[in-house]
Design a protein around this ligand. Structure first.
Ligand SMILES: [Zn+2]
Ligand SMILES: [Zn+2]
Length: 96
């Protein structure tokens, strides 16, 4: 798939997939931890990190985290919905 098409896709209005919504209902506040354990996310996370050579997109240190820019596309994230970050940049993003 050409790259522009994926970027295009990221601007479309989307919603989380049904299985993610079901996860939310099932696990309540713990749903996100459960989500991070799914094979889908593990695969997506790895794909994202590989696409940026495991480099933090802000400071070029080794990326350890894949940050969600938003949660509108859970279950079908594109690389452009995500940001690969090192621990310090990720903590800063979350105000920790
Ligand atoms: Zn960084
Ligand atoms: Zn984050």
């Amino acid at each position: 798939m050409p790259r522009y098409q994926e970027e295009e896709d990221c601007r479309q209005k989307r919603q989380p997939l049904q299985w993610v919504l079901t996860l939310r209902e099932q696990f309540g506040t713990g749903w996100y931890d459960e989500y991070l354990r799914t094979p889908w996310w593990k695969n997506k996370r790895h794909q994202k990190l590989t696409s940026v050579n495991w480099r933090c997109e802000r400071c070029n240190a080794r990326a350890e985290q894949v940050h969600h820019k938003h949660y509108n596309s859970l279950g079908r994230e594109k690389n452009c919905d995500l940001e690969a970050l090192c621990d310090p940049c990720h903590n800063r993003e979350h105000g920790l």
